[in-house]
Design a binder for this molecule. Sequence first.
Ligand code: ADP
Ligand code: MG
Length: 253
Amino acid sequence: PAPGTPLLSVQNAVKQFGGLRAVDDVSFELRAGEILGLIGPNGAGKSTMFNLITGVNPATSGQITFAGQDISRAGAGTIHRLGLSRTFQHVHLLPELTLLENTMMGGYARGRAGMVQSMLHLERAEEAALQHEALRQLQRVGLGAQAFDLAGNLALGQQRILEVARALVADPTLLLLDEPAAGLRYGEKQELSALLKRLRDEGVTILIVEHDMDLVMNLVDRLVVMNYGQKLAQGSPAEIRENQGVREAYLGV
Ligand code: ADP
Ligand code: MG
């Protein structure tokens, strides 16, 4: 889609877990070519929102459309094939495998249970193509030289970048990142931030959940703020900094 046109639209999304509304009537849009930050205190519903968008959990009600298609009831595999990739809040790498093998995992769009199955059934030509693509993405994120090292030997900052490479193998139009900078050192955060800006400039639209306000404010084009499952505010970093409701509920000032 052309830059600036709506790519993802979340309308009145609700996710109920028993008596808890983890996501409570949230609506927002993501435009092609932007980096949108989703912020809010712990428990605000950010990861749950990611799970609704990626089809990990279906929404209780509401509508989510991606690239013009209603994905509200679509499964995770279907949504992934439409061009939406994610990373998880906690590292999901296989430390005993190489960077290349970990990156190739991003090409099996079946979820974890079906993954080993699909690896075993891959034709040799498909496997070679996937390996080639994985190597290309490792080079794109600056990890090409370590392709045959074990993922478990990487520093945390590089593991996070490896997760991005794995998500890129599916050639997504939209990349969802759940707290990619958590636990990283300052230099690692700077490196990750620079990579995400470059990917945005290369045409990847990004939705990011992140707690580090310095990083978020210097990275994103717009922000959506959640609190207790609801959308509290949205706007540019400058607008959000000045928003009194956000300052009180979230920043505590
Ligand atoms: P955030 O990512 O913003 O920290 P979450 O989306 O993880 O918040 O959680 C929002 C709320 O929903 C929390 O109160 C959490 O305990 C609850 N929650 C999340 N997932 C589940 C689940 N699978 N079952 C029950 N409650 C859940
Ligand atoms: Mg979370």
